[in-house]
Design a protein. Sequence first.
Length: 514
Amino acid sequence: MPLRHLSPRDQHLFLRYGVGPAVPVPDPLLHRAVERQAAATPHAVAAEHLGARITYGELDRHADALAARLIREGVRPGDHVGLFVRRSLPMVVGLLGILKAGAAYVPQDVALAPTPQLAHVIRTARTRVVITVAEHAHRVPLPPDHHLIALDEPLPYVPAPRLPRQSRRPVPVGPDDGCYVLFTSGTTGRPNGVKVTHRNVANILLTAPGDLGIRPGDRVAQLLNIAFDMAAWEILGCLAHGGTLVIRGKDIAAAARTADVLVATPTVLSGIDPAACPHVRTVAVAGEPCPRPLADRWAHRAAFHNCCGPTETTIVNTMSRHDPAAPLLTIGRPTPNNTVYVLDADRRPLPIGEVGEMWAGGDCVSAGYLGNDALNAERYAPDPFLGGGRKMFRTRDLGRWTPDGQLEHLGRTDDQVKVRGFRVELDSVSSVLESVDGCVRAVTLKRDARTLVAFVTPADVDPDRARRAVADALPYYCVPEAVMPLTHLPETDRGKIDKPALLRLAEERMAVSR
């Protein structure tokens, strides 16, 4: 028995806290849920972008036509189809059409991803068809044996004629077939393709709290890069529940101002003023640690969910609705039909309250990395607690259970660094900095074997006061050599902090000061 080394109390709490509720999923296929919305309210607006709109009926017909075209091109259930687009109405048509054809979509922002990365994605995902728009077709490094489908954007959309009934027969696709393939940043510099199934996605988007309470007519902002898995939360989470997807242009705040629901990284959310978003009632953040001041500010106005989970565990696998009066900002408990285990280096369960590495189990666990058996063996393992051939995933996140059964996120295993021979948790330093009056966001990085450097926003934070706060709270080796106030923190194309850019900035500023 994998729990026999624990006390009876810890055995009981390990299962009570670590096992999410068993909840039926209304439909294991997201595109079927969207089709039902189209049948029920064909004239409702499914998505809008820069003044253009598409109704659910029009979206369904265009996606049917695309699915028929893909099938004619030889796409079959289980295939992967590239979706190399920018935020737009054709993006939504392309995504839904690929799912209707029984394939998994492989998204990339065609204007941001460099050509070698697009070529790597095509090669690794073994696509045979890539969908884009005519404007960006020249950017796609198409191999000789591939087909390119350009989804031109005829605005306003002209309703397409209904396809013959035999052409609309559902393509046989099952819950364990692929829904999308996401490419994460690899430690070797080459992105790793993660295959995520329909079962994985439906489990988080069609059950509470992952459904975010989205109702027909709700406006859901689409703020994130389509190549980021949280964009699937925005897009499919909205359309499966009959909402209107508000696809942003260059102005993120403009899309947020009219939305009822926001999904974002903390970095993206920190650039939005909650006072300017009177309609927002639900917010969910994930992708990186959320500063407590940011969570408190939004939680006073809306239901604020602090969430956690890597791409490999399907968007998020833990969620917590934050109360500004709570002593801690936690990542909550496992979402329905999922599990979380806090284990030691030997994969043995730890007593409640002890810090360990979080492993994820249940229906969130994705199908694995494409063409990388070594990495699959390193990060996925048989789940001894669920058994039955189930897998669990090593998140590389550190955490511990609070006495009342909430998960406290304590950073990444790779955010534990050694400075002057001492182990330092970078997120702990950043957390102290964020407690300084006026500090909205902080990032701490290791500069070399002896020094840390930190960055804070906004630019009027007193750096000396910030350093003193760390010195008062943590050992001397945790005190950054410099605290650099900035007007804003640089972002990656996925809305996270660009840490290499910060390190370059630190070197430039320190070189000038020498």
